[in-house]
Write a protein that binds this ligand. Structure first.
Ligand SMILES: *Cc1c(COP(=O)(O)O)cnc(C)c1O
Length: 388
């Protein structure tokens, strides 16, 4: 099967990990801090807190912003479930803002309408999580303008988007948000096996996130509620978790981060090849490129023009899989999962998200996809869409 996404591990990566295994620290050694420093240098954010997944990063980001059970969190229905679950972990109510049909990202117009309505009924969210789907940034300027107006905090879910740019600046600099989250899962742009990061320009938020990632325990006397008993002393001042990243993972991350720009340019080369191969005679829509953004191209999503194809979305998808092409579908709209339906969501709630889901297919895209495999994928799509 040609994988839809796959990590790239070099001998340098392996050497870096082995060096940690031979060192004094497997976890909480110098590599964690060094990786955080490098992420800040790369993105331009002031602070970073690395953790064991983007899911954990989203959770501590919500906690640091004070999300609790009286509160509401909004995100996009077209995302991985973790973007929404973070709100539920904090006991908050979760709701969604439908996507724009061209960009697949949260629609700023829908957001504006929904904020105006929520303001009237006193049900404004405390936090908004826009998701940079496929690696292409949301319209952050507009989103920030709206959120500032209604006093809503912003966490960018940039799990897909490290290496991407918005208005010529790196995604992750937090210019338009309180916190930005990255994922380092192996299918994403760079990997630490499992891993994630939360970036911010606010030192107070950083301190809170660092507490939450490690049991709510502090060794900093200034944060303690009473005088230290001695140099062994620490205090738990919050209910935190064990969400820490290990030095082994951080060493891999440091090594991978050196190649992030190369990975993204490889992905652009492959995406351009797909774009050029699917001319207007092929009954599908290629991704829409938004001006002002440079996508990291985590995903290349085509949408079938089903009215021009003599088969169903499912059949099309299964035929590609049968040829050994590891296509995928990102994502089943979150509100249609049974868990969310039990919370009251139903079919029809977010029509653009549901329409997208009815025709989207993610094609294989990763730096080691060979020209031969890509050609095979392109030819297969052409032949499946023309045969009936
Ligand atoms: C992968 C992903 C996550 C979760 O990342 P993990 O590191 O696996 O926890 C969250 N949000 C989005 C949009 C993702 O793609």
């Amino acid at each position: 099967m040609i994988a839809y996404g796959k990590q790239d591990i070099t001998s340098e990566d392996i050497d870096e990990v082995i060096n940690v295994l031979k060192s004094d620290f497997l976890t909480q050694g110098p590599k964690v801090e060094y990786f955080e420093k490098n992420l800040c240098t790369y993105t331009g954010a002031k602070h970073a807190s690395v953790v064991n997944s983007a899911t954990s990063a989203l959770h501590i980001a919500c906690l640091a912003l004070g999300l609790s059970k009286e509160d509401i969190l909004w995100t996009s229905p077209v995302t991985f479930v973790a973007s929404a679950n973070a709100g539920l972990y904090c006991g908050a109510k979760v709701d969604f803002v439908d996507i724009d049909s061209d960009t697949f990202n949260m629609c700023p117009l829908k957001l504006e309408e929904k904020l105006i309505e929520a303001n009237k009924t006193n049900t404004l969210p405390k936090i908004l999580i826009p998701v940079h789907l496929c690696g292409q940034s949301c319209d952050m300027k507009k989103i920030k303008e709206l959120c500032d107006k209604f006093d809503v905090k912003i966490i960018e879910d940039a799990s897909h988007a490290i290496g991407g740019k918005y208005l010529s600046e790196p995604v992750g600099n937090c210019k338009y948000s309180d916190i930005t989250v990255f994922s380092f899962h192996p299918v994403k742009i760079i990997t630490t096996a499992e891993g994630g990061a939360a970036l911010t320009n606010d030192k107070t938020l950083l301190n809170k996130m660092n507490l939450y990632r490690s049991h709510g325990i502090t060794r900093n006397e200034e944060e303690m509620m009473e005088a230290s008993h001695g140099s062994w002393f620490y205090q738990q001042i919050n209910l935190g978790f064990n969400y820490r990243m290990t030095d082994i993972q951080a060493a891999l991350g440091i090594s991978q981060l050196k190649r992030v720009d190369k990975y993204v340019s490889d992905r652009h080369r492959l995406a351009t090849k797909y774009d050029k191969s699917f001319g207007s005679e092929i009954p599908l829509d290629i991704p829409h490129h938004i001006n002002d953004t440079y996508s990291s191209y985590h995903l290349y999503v085509i949408r079938l023009q089903l009215e021009k194809i003599n088969k169903t979305h499912k059949d099309f998808f299964e035929e590609l899989r049968a040829k050994g092409i590891g296509v995928n579908l990102h994502y089943i709209p979150v509100h249609l999962h049974p868990y969310y339906k039990n919370l009251g969501f139903k079919h029809g709630d977010f029509p653009n998200a549901e329409d997208y889901y009815s025709k989207a297919i993610s094609l294989p895209l990763h730096p080691n996809l060979t020209p031969v495999d890509q050609e095979f994928i392109i030819e297969s799509i052409k032949s499946i869409s023309s045969s009936s």
